[in-house]
Ligand binder design. Structure first.
Ligand SMILES: [Mn+2]
Length: 466
């Protein structure tokens, strides 16, 4: 079997179905996955129902309908095939499209998964897009959504751009005319919506002395040193996307000079990344580029309204349903950002406990567990970047568990830090479970074992750096 064959078989399975149920995950990748498949399926006039779950576990399996539809599990399912078996789902009624590690079970469920072919940088929406394109060539207009899914799942992060099959998808988007790839751009978030000087001051990967967390410094760089107007003729602040390419180059060059003042040498290329802009979306909105769009969808998921996100993704722009969904999604995004900001301020005001190789804080049940990781990442940019940050929190719906979120940066990863390995080992030792990436990872452990957990992880990090 090859990946191409898996895709072709999945397309065939969907085309032959009388009705389909999509079961997907409530984050940006899950929502775009659903939106890609939903459009590919409804364009063939096949009956369809969609279900979103926070994660696939015994409690949420009950949302999977008991009917004779084809159940397409996407962005989840690969690692929970035992649950599908326990539920009594037959091989013939299941298709899994996923990019998580697959679990061995007796029932050989049909699956599309790039992971076993070495495609680690392809999200579920990416895999789902290939199936959609196989169903009908004209579905290449859906590549845009898969780009958002890939970016949302951080597939472009370490490589500073999409690579391999995910790049092929972005190229399809260019062909379809609704994706524009911008090369050699600044690696920072908010190109379409953030006022220029704030955009630069939020840039923290890498940390740029005199600019990162310093909006006044950023403003001086723009106006005094680069001699670039900060505002448009109408008085409003310009955004990064407004800048001409020579203006961008001037700013990037100046930022490279600032890097010389870094505590540790930083390769100037680390300032550079690829951006994905959507020319069919309105300017100055989060819909305009892949990373801001992904944040908006994550906000919809975190406020448990993935269907609002999906309606936006399907982009039936003339419908009032679409207009209403955009408004609601924008509200959720604003709320999302303000809660994250609140959490970051809480971490900074309360202060973290520093151990030799990490810093940590327990936030109890003050913040939704779904934003704790992001808040931790933002707080880290204002704290000692050498110490990975660990935030512990309680879960509203499970009094037994503690959620652990950890974040670090690329410099520490290059020195040997691997948060996924650290949390996996530490949580397994106390009967919990963890996973993620080197740069960002999470775990769940029992409340009865939380004492001493930070020290345990600290020891592992110490070993990794020795
Ligand atoms: Mn995913």
């Amino acid at each position: 079997m090859s990946f191409t064959q898996e895709i072709a078989d999945a397309a065939e399975t969907i085309k032959n179905a009388d009705s389909v149920t999509i079961i997907s995950h409530i984050d940006a990748d899950g929502i775009t996955s659903e939106a890609v498949l939903r459009q590919a399926i409804t364009r063939r006039n096949i009956n369809l129902e969609s279900v979103f779950v926070r994660q696939l576990e015994p409690m949420t399996m009950k949302h999977v309908p008991d009917n004779d539809s084809l159940k397409v599990f996407i962005d989840l399912g690969a690692g929970q095939q035992n649950l599908l078996e326990e539920r009594g789902l037959k091989e013939s009624e299941v298709l899994i499209i996923d990019h998580h590690v697959s679990q061995d079970t007796d029932t050989p469920y049909q699956q599309v998964n790039g992971l076993k072919y070495g495609y680690e940088k392809l999200s579920a929406a990416g895999a789902g897009y290939f199936v959609a394109r196989d169903i009908e060539d004209s579905n290449i207009d859906l590549a845009k959504l898969a780009v958002i899914g890939n970016v949302g799942d951080m597939m472009a992060r370490e490589s500073r751009g999409l690579i391999g099959p995910a790049k092929e998808i972005a190229d399809d988007g260019v062909k379809a005319g609704n994706v524009k790839i911008i090369d050699g751009d600044l690696n920072s978030y908010g190109i379409s919506t953030r006022p220029l000087h704030f955009f630069l001051s939020y840039s923290n990967d890498p940390f740029v002395p005199g600019i990162t967390n310093d909006a006044e410094g950023a403003q001086r760089l723009v106006e005094e040193y680069a001699k670039i107007p900060l505002r448009k003729d109408n008085g409003k602040f310009r955004v990064w996307e407004d800048l001409k390419s020579d203006e961008k180059d001037r700013i990037i060059k100046l930022m490279k000079y600032h890097l010389i003042d870094s505590d540790e040498p930083v390769a100037p290329e680390r300032l550079i990344a690829q951006h994905y802009v959507f020319p069919d979306e309105p300017r100055y909105t989060p819909l305009r580029n892949a990373s801001e769009y992904a944040t908006m969808l994550n906000a919809c998921g975190r406020w448990v309204k993935p269907k609002v996100g999906s309606t936006v993704c399907c982009g039936n722009k003339k419908s009032t349903e679409y207009t209403e969904a955009c408004r609601e999604a924008a509200d959720m995004l604003r709320h999302h950002r303000s809660v994250i900001r609140e959490m970051m301020e809480y971490i900074l005001d309360t202060g973290v406990t520093e151990l030799s190789h990490l810093q940590y804080l327990h936030v109890g049940d003050r913040f939704p567990d779904t934003i704790v990781g992001i808040g931790a990442g933002m707080a880290l940019s204002k704290l000692n970047w050498r110490l990975p940050i660990m935030i512990l929190c309680y879960l509203p719906d499970d009094p037994e568990l503690v959620k652990i979120s950890m974040r670090t940066n690329e410099t520490m990863v290059s020195k040997g830090v691997d948060l996924q390995a650290a949390l996996l080992e530490a949580s397994e030792a106390v009967g919990g479970a963890g996973g993620g990436h080197k740069i960002a990872a999470g775990a769940y452990i029992s409340r009865s074992r939380e004492a001493g957990f930070a020290e345990r992880v600290n020891e592992i990090l110490k070993r990794q750096l020795s």
